[in-house]
Design a protein around this ligand. Structure first.
Ligand SMILES: [Zn+2]
Length: 301
């Protein structure tokens, strides 16, 4: 099975764990608010990205100095991988890091105080994309989305994205809130911002290629349409010349017209410009066109 563009993008995002603790925490925050479950009693992260599976333990170690209670035996294996934390002490430490008290917090919000630096904000978006995000293959139509089950998080994500220069659209899907982009340039900018410049470049190249292919096709179609017209015209001219011959009129025509008739009959495949050069002396294309029209006229058409 070919690797999807989404999987490839996530692989690129997973090459390095943020070195600063604030950014590691910000990314983990994005991961948690967009993952399968983040409550006072449990954290459950399910992912199909083996690159992310291999990176996640290091990210949580860097961010919170703790290990998952449940993690896959073979994080490098393809397929869904499950990570979990259920130990109350660890859950408490994680909630505390984002300034939320799980015993009184009913609904999640994005605590912007935890995302002070620009780099923390993009780290948060990267984490959100790694768990709740996907991007469609650039050979088809363009679509990037971030999906969360938390209403306030989706509203605040919208503001956060506006603040960092993006203008997303939002919708709901079943009980989930979907934030998405449809424009290739915006998607490329977003991917670059969160740390996947190669994926962004690949997307723009795919777009350029599609554009070029489209314009080549348009030109080929245009050329062949013109060619069809030229062939039809040449065949009409050959027919007209045959009629002139049959009626005996051709013999009495001026030398220039006789020569033109002879050339066209001999070379029905040539364009006007090519035929014009063969005249003796050579003439312009418009002059030849004029002569051919005269022949058509005389033939009674
Ligand atoms: Zn930071």
């Amino acid at each position: 099975m070919a690797v999807s563009f989404s999987a490839e993008t996530k692989e690129e995002l997973c090459r390095e764990v943020p070195s600063s603790r604030c950014c590691a925490q910000a990314e983990a925050y994005g991961v948690l608010l967009f993952c399968t479950a983040f409550s006072s009693s449990e954290i459950r992260i399910i992912t199909g990205s083996s690159a992310f599976s291999q990176r996640l333990p290091a990210l949580f170690r860097r961010a919170f100095h703790l290990e998952f209670d449940q993690d896959p035996d073979r994080p490098d294996h393809p397929g869904k991988q499950v990570f979990g934390i259920t130990e109350p002490k660890k859950l408490c430490a994680i909630h505390e890091a984002f300034g939320s008290d799980p015993s009184i917090t009913l609904a999640h919000h994005i605590n912007l105080a935890a995302l002070e630096e620009d780099s923390c904000r993009t780290a948060f978006l990267r984490g959100a994309f790694l768990t709740g995000g996907s991007v469609s293959d650039p050979d088809g139509s363009y679509h990037l989305e971030l999906v969360t089950s938390h209403y306030h998080v989706s509203r605040e994500l919208f503001s956060l994205l506006l603040e960092v220069g993006f203008n997303p659209k939002q919708t709901t899907r079943k009980s989930n809130y979907v934030t998405y982009f449809k424009q290739s340039e915006t998607i490329a900018d977003f991917l670059t911002a969160i740390g996947a410049p190669l994926a962004a470049m690949k997307l723009m190249n795919a777009k350029l290629e599609k554009h070029l292919r489209g314009s080549v096709n348009r030109r080929v179609n245009c050329d062949s349409a013109n060619l069809d017209k030229a062939v039809d015209a040449a065949l009409d001219q050959v027919e007209a010349i045959k009629r002139l011959k049959r009626s005996g009129l051709l013999e009495d025509l001026p030398e220039k017209l006789k020569q033109t008739a002879w050339l066209r009959s001999e070379h029905p495949e040539l364009t006007l410009s090519q035929l014009a050069v063969l005249c003796d002396p050579p003439v312009t294309k418009s002059c030849l066109n004029h002569r051919l029209r005269k022949l058509m006229e005389l033939s009674g058409r």
